[in-house]
Design a protein. Sequence first.
Length: 203
Amino acid sequence: MALAPAYAAHRLAAAGPHTLEVFLDFACPFSAKMWATLRTELIPHISAASTPVSVLFRHQVQPWHPVSTLMHEASLAVEKLSPANFALFADALFARQREFFDEATVNCTRTEIYKMLADVALAVNAVDDRQQLLQLLDIQASDAPRNAGNAVTNDLKYHIKLARAQGIHVSPTVVLDGIRDDGVSSSWTLEQWQAWLQPKLAA
């Protein structure tokens, strides 16, 4: 699957004609586990060994994690302001995801959660200007509600449609060269990833 130029920062590794798409939810513990392996082991291995595969981050917002939408919106806003720091902010979101779990945010307003997410971005230097980030996430109250969303609503819609078009239902889900493989586990080690990839990339 091609990557729209506006989301170039979602390409985590660019090393060949094969494409590995990883659909993740920032509020999902299993996604966090897979992300850690990708970032610390698989992607460095791909880069060092010149493995002929590009790795793409894909958004998989699961509605049973209500705050997931806001987390993914924040990541898209960070990408607009500082594309090079998209993965850095993703690292922080996964590392601190428990702060955004249901029990931690049940009494928070949407605006309060956006401010919490902006604080995370600022803490890891993903953005320079907290207020600029919040402006992209801002929704103004109105006496004539229109469900207009914010400055990244259309971006999120694009990613949701992309996942639905591929029949993605849960996270994490892995797609290699357009073929979904539900057997890929968030618990896999680097060696298991290598064993799974090698015959597919040789074909």
